[in-house]
Design a protein around this ligand. Sequence first.
Ligand code: TMP
Length: 211
Amino acid sequence: MKNYERFISFEGIDFCGKSTQTAILLETLQEKGINVHLLREPGGTIISEKVRSIILDKAHLEMHAKAEILLYSAARAQLVHQKLLPLLEEGEYIIADRFYDSTTAYQGYGRQLDVAFVQQLNHFATSGLRPAKTLFIDISPEEALRRQKAGERQKDRLENESARFFQLIYDGYQRLIKEAPERFIVIPGEDSIENVAKNIQETVFKIWNQE
Ligand code: TMP
């Protein structure tokens, strides 16, 4: 297996259940004795976690879209070069809770920055590293808003955005899926946590040839 084939990313709009699902998957894979790491974006290194707290701080309402994308890219560049590439080099398995598709969907389509430039920036920040497969946990923007309203969880700066913003992001993801059907796998997300987890587990076992 080539090193990059050990790298899978997870994507989806806010409230799709990605963090819960990646945590369950991590545990399942570790129980099987697989050397796997879960990395979250933005974050995963000391520098990237500091950048994360700047980006998501609710007080930073004045943040310009250009500053925002550069911060996400800075966090990613640090994570890729300090941690992700060295781990892949050692033959470890990686699951990423978000990767560059989030930047294309949120900053490119959501904030309506130049998508071609965003993709160039993604390539620069990652030195061209691509996940072998990307699992998109699919919930509608309407379901995201329902979950947002029902939730007790404190919302960060991005989760306070409008319904229109989430629709733009969702539509952006749909375009990305259409453009790279060989990489994306759509996982229906409006089901019980257990059913979604089972689907993800079977999909990942298949990708990594596990029983
Ligand atoms: P999380 O909720 O999955 O932890 O992600 C944090 C927020 O950051 C979420 O609203 C999505 C957003 N985000 C971007 O806007 N661009 C990016 O490149 C990444 C990685 C996340």
